[in-house]
Design a protein around this ligand. Sequence first.
Ligand code: SF4
Length: 203
Amino acid sequence: MERVNPPRSRRQERAPAEPGRLPLLPAPPPYRMPADPGALLAAAFAEPAVPEQPPSPPPARPGPLRHPPEVYRELEAIYRGVDRAIAALGPRCERRGLCCDFDRVDHVLYASQLEIDYVRDHVPPARYLLPSGNACPFLHQGQCTARAVRMLGCRTYFCQQGWEALGAEIYERALGRLKALAARHGLGWRYAPALELLREESS
Ligand code: SF4
């Protein structure tokens, strides 16, 4: 069934946490905004003078990928821009793994179908179809086991107070590029809770 795009937040907040639920705190100290975040962002998203061609992750299985390799190379280039922006702006992660256990933080992770296809083509199904409640199936002992291929929302979310606006800015820029990529290759566009999309293949 086709869905209308929900708001484009990586972690769409649900109802406030009930009493007794684990709060996100203790959180890292507030984010310290650099002097000119706009310039850092623009530089991070600029095309490199010499195109980067780092190796792509190996496919998870033999046989054709869900999309041509050039689509995935473009997706990886978008992710690299995001990762450069994050590195330049310096939000801090304490690696507590809380934000990937969605019931604990009352968030929903959204992703596009293209991002999920990329994950499925590079991670064996046994890793993402494991029953995991409402936690991301890639979360293991507080660590992400799909880090190289993780979704846009995973790359931009940090729980530091004061990071939200910059994180949203990076997310929106990259999401626009993802949509343009999908349109350019005639892929259509679908955007839904990531766990829902990951589990669809098993039904
Ligand atoms: S893919 Fe990795 S970073 Fe993203 S929600 Fe899952 S465990 Fe967390």
